[in-house]
Design a binder for this molecule. Structure first.
Ligand code: SF4
Length: 468
């Protein structure tokens, strides 16, 4: 980076670099985007809370410094932690080494380049070179990173490209790997752009790699995919080494359904066992089951059940009157107690099907039963699987949020999502605020209600042919 006049526009920060390494568009939006389009990101709040806890422990090391603001030329940053070492510098008989607290087990290019960025600032601050930085895992493992090899050159290249991107009048395109978007504060506005452009990434089943391949074959958006002859696409995929060229049929069919906005039944109703949910036909009631988890702590902290008993004329009750039964699973109470409570609840409704959306609940129950030396309960029905077996829907994801929202279901806490629920859980555990617990129960109950809304559509409207 040559000599230049430093203005607020030319300053490059460690946060901008990290944003850019995740998604070029994010760095641009962070600087030029409309702040009112940003949405709060619970993942970031969780990461910051976790970092704070880890910092408190590490700051017990003598002479360590947290988040010192440093600047050299147009580079500005706050290394999370500086550890003191006995090598001399212009500060005295010691110098500093930057430390990055990794959120997971594996260090990434983003982590290494951030350390290189910090190393440059620290070297300038202490007037002595920084040859290694440290990556620290949540488990306390340390990985030294050599800051003198290829990294300085890679950092220069990244900073030059970041500067160029930030100077553009238009934002860079959406990232190819749209999975990253679920953790990003710009996801709402970017999803709108993707939908308006009919991007390939909006087609359920198309990830970064498939999008790239289709683009190489000249298919640049959803409408082009919907319009292509399936045999032609299969032949082109095969010629490009795709192992499963028949995938083309599924992707084209999905793109067509999304373009038209009309759901498509995958088999005529009369060829099914009366209904996609035959188990419910004669059942006296149904339990709708949903688990809330803290994935980092591997803690399934809430098992929630909606209890729906048919009335005397065989009708399903209005959901407003359905009983909701939350079972909190506090780790200090032990799994044996949770297992007993779950068994008691299931035993109170013998023969009732247990409806859940996705694999999580069945896997958790199976593992819990195995750890207790017991047999997993029978009667679980994965509604997600049934939806996929019987319908192709005009949705960009077959997750509960997307499918239930398509059916018109609305969560009573509009901004709620799994990560926010984890945040409420950790806050309740730390401070015992009952309000947070009520919000968790409400969110979990809503997930059960959303599952039931999808099931009811399968049972009633879909069976009657009201597909849309
Ligand atoms: S939502 Fe996705 S595409 Fe948009 S800025 Fe964030 S990561 Fe990039």
């Amino acid at each position: 980076m040559g000599q230049q006049r430093i203005t607020s526009e030319s300053v490059l920060t460690d946060r901008q670099l990290r944003s850019w390494l995740r998604c070029h568009r994010k760095a641009w939006l962070d600087r030029h985007g409309n702040p009112s389009e940003k949405i709060w990101n619970p993942h970031r709040a969780l990461q910051l809370a976790d970092r704070e806890l880890r910092l408190q422990v590490l700051l017990q090391n003598k002479g360590s410094i947290r988040q010192l603001l440093l600047q050299q030329g147009n580079l500005r940053g706050r290394p999370t932690l500086l550890l003191q070492r006995p090598q001399a510098s212009q500060l005295g008989a010691f110098s500093y080494q930057p430390v990055l607290l990794q959120p997971g087990r594996h260090g990434t290019r983003e982590h290494r380049l951030t350390l290189a960025f910090w190393g440059r600032l620290v070297a300038n601050y202490q007037g002595a070179p920084v040859t290694t930085g440290l990556l620290l895992t949540p488990q306390g493992l340390k990985e030294p990173v050599n800051l003198t090899g290829q990294l300085p050159r890679q950092l220069d290249q990244a900073l030059t490209r970041l500067q160029t991107d930030l100077q553009q009048l238009q934002p860079p395109p959406l990232t190819q790997d749209r999975k990253k978007c679920t953790l990003c504060c710009w996801r709402r506005s970017c999803n709108q752009v993707a939908e308006a452009n009919g991007e390939l990434s909006q087609v359920s089943g198309i990830g970064g790699k498939r999008q790239e391949l289709l683009q190489q074959l000249g298919i640049h958006n959803r409408s082009a995919l919907a319009a292509i002859d399936p045999m032609v696409l299969m032949a082109r995929l095969e010629a490009n080494g795709e192992q499963r060229p028949e995938l083309a049929l599924e992707l084209i069919a999905q793109a067509r359904v999304q373009e038209s906005g009309n759901a498509e039944r995958l088999a005529p109703a009369d060829e099914l066992n009366d209904s996609p949910l035959p188990e419910l036909a004669a059942a006296p009631g149904v339990l709708v089951y949903d688990i809330e988890s803290d994935p980092d702590a591997r803690d399934d902290f809430l098992h929630g059940f909606l209890i729906l008993r048919r009335n005397s004329s065989g009708q399903w009750p209005a959901t407003a009157r359905a009983k909701y039964q939350p079972l909190l699973a506090l780790q200090e109470h032990g799994e044996a107690r949770l297992w007993q409570r779950l068994q008691a609840l299931l035993a109170a409704y013998p023969g009732w099907p247990v409806l859940h959306y996705g694999e999580t609940e069945a896997i958790a129950l199976r593992r819990l039963a195995a750890r207790q030396g017991a047999v997993a309960p029978a009667g679980l029905i994965d509604l997600h699987k049934r939806v996929r077996q019987h319908w192709r829907l005009p949705v960009d994801s077959y997750g509960l949020k997307a499918v239930a929202s398509w059916r018109g279901f609305r969560w009573s806490q509009p901004a709620a999502e799994g990560a926010r629920c984890v945040l409420w859980w950790r806050q309740w555990r730390a401070r015992g605020n009952r309000h947070q617990l009520q919000r968790i129960f409400q969110y979990n109950r809503d997930d059960c209600l959303a599952t039931w809304a999808v099931a009811q559509w399968l049972l009633n409207d879909a069976a009657a042919g009201n597909e849309n």
